[in-house]
Design a protein around this ligand. Structure first.
Ligand SMILES: C[S@@+](CC[C@H](N)C(=O)[O-])C[C@H]1O[C@@H](n2cnc3c(N)ncnc32)[C@H](O)[C@@H]1O
Ligand code: SF4
Length: 402
């Protein structure tokens, strides 16, 4: 089951934000995230806040869009005239379980609420088996500009361990259909290090992703999340624990193969063929932007205030029906919180971390990391992870923060 939410302080029932937060909205970009908490079935490794038929009395993706629109109305009252929206990301769960008209209606409502910037990026996540050429064409016509598909692997044995519903070839085919529907920007997510996966399996997955002509690949090391079916199977000894050494080998394979195919890393787990292919919505998260997160369990950040919605879809819908903010708690970020986040997130970017944000102890740690071959420090003072540093990114960040 999904993990608990942070504690924080209570959210005011009308969701009102401090004036200081409102004054700062959009200084580093403004995005909207819409969470869609439905999946056709739960993959054994996944602890996202999502529900399959049987998990939720009255599980019904139809009708969910009206609840989203109700939170957008509350957001409009709370934020007032925010700047035009730079990025929209509809994620899940499986957004493409919603009727395509509803995904169009949600985007139109965001446009009506704040306006979409002329060059807005609008992404939807999609499961390979829940899109068709017609639904992709309809999404493109509705204004979506980017599709992010969960491919994970093309190896039948790996897909079985991961409990994926799609056939080995379906994700690359869906990516091709998305390009044919007019999407210039298509991402495929891969997972590596699944128990039983061979080096050849992962090489075949990389080759299939590249062969599909996409401009973005995300590759994640399989995380064994507490409380998942995967964790239980490993605990019972049915599957081996993923190995860090294997994960490092796979990461090297990803870097070498994607680089040879014309991709460049721009974040530790993300590669794109061009600057325009990078996910601007994720970059907004990683560079201190503001966003309103709509939906159960969604997190938001506006002007140094972070809040999170109640997790359960029924409780979330009930609060909105009662005219009450669905926020479960919030925290006003201190200068120290912001510093920690900036170091954690920017260090993972290929654009690097400006050394002048570090205190003297952090700068000394950066110098040690440089001497150990984990960071390079450019003439303009940007600290950028080396390949070995990317493998040890969490440890580097810990040292920089002291
Ligand atoms: C929230 S999922 C949504 C994508 C879509 N529902 C799908 O599965 O096709 C986004 C991505 O997170 C990654 N992911 C989820 N759980 C993970 C885990 N435990 N370890 C590594 N990656 C994970 C997967 O690559 C997945 O495609
Ligand atoms: S389909 Fe995606 S969101 Fe749903 S359970 Fe699987 S990985 Fe998680």
């Amino acid at each position: 089951m999904p993990g608990p939410l942070p504690d924080g302080e209570p959210m005011p029932s009308d969701g009102a934000l401090p004036a200081s937060a409102l004054r700062a909205v959009g200084a580093r970009g403004f995005g909207v995230y819409v969470h869609v908490p439905f999946c056709a079935s739960r993959c054994g490794y996944c602890d996202f806040n999502t529900y399959a038929p049987g998990d939720l009395p009255g599980w019904r993706p139809e009708g969910y869009a009206d609840t989203v629109l109700a939170e957008l109305e509350l957001a409009a009252r709370t934020l007032g005239a925010a700047p035009a929206v730079d990025t929209v990301f509809v994620g899940g769960g499986t957004p493409t379980l919603l009727p395509t008209d509803d995904l169009a209606r949600i985007l139109a409502a965001i446009d009506k609420t704040w306006g979409l910037a002329a060059d807005v990026e609008v992404t939807t996540e999609a499961n390979p088996e829940s899109v068709t050429p017609a639904s992709l064409r309809a999404l493109r016509s509705a204004g979506y500009t980017r599709v992010s598909l969960g491919m994970q692997s093309v190896a039948p044995g790996v897909l079985r361990v991961l409990d994926r519903r799609h056939s080995p070839g379906r994700a690359a085919q869906a990516a091709t259909e998305a390009r044919e529907a007019g999407f210039d920007h298509v991402n495929l997510d891969l997972i590596y290090g699944t128990p039983g996966e061979t080096a050849d399996d992962f090489a075949a997955s990389l080759a299939a992703a590249i062969g599909a002509g996409v401009d973005h690949v995300s590759a994640y090391s399989l995380i064994v999340e507490d409380g998942t079916r995967l964790a239980a199977r490993i605990r019972r000894g049915e599957l081996p624990q993923p190995s860090d050494d294997v994960a490092a080998d796979r990461y090297l394979a990803a870097e070498q193969t994607l680089t040879a195919a014309g991709f460049g890393w721009y974040e530790v787990s993300n590669w794109a063929t061009t600057e325009a292919g990078r996910c601007r919505h994720n970059l907004l998260y990683w560079t201190g932007g503001d966003w309103w997160g709509v939906g159960p369990g969604a997190h938001s950040h506006v002007g140094g205030v972070r809040w999170w919605n109640v997790k359960h879809p029924a409780g979330y819908a009930q609060r909105l029906a009662d005219g009450v903010s669905p926020g479960a708690g919030r925290e006003v970020l201190t200068a120290e919180d912001r510093h920690t986040e900036e170091v954690m997130l920017r260090t993972r970017l290929a654009s690097g971390l400006p050394l002048d944000v570090l205190d003297p102890a952090g700068r000394a740690a950066a110098e040690r990391a440089r001497a150990d071959g984990l960071l390079t420090i450019a003439g303009d003072g940007q600290a950028v992870l080396t390949f070995r540093g990317r493998l040890l990114a969490d440890a580097v960040v810990r040292d920089l923060l002291g």
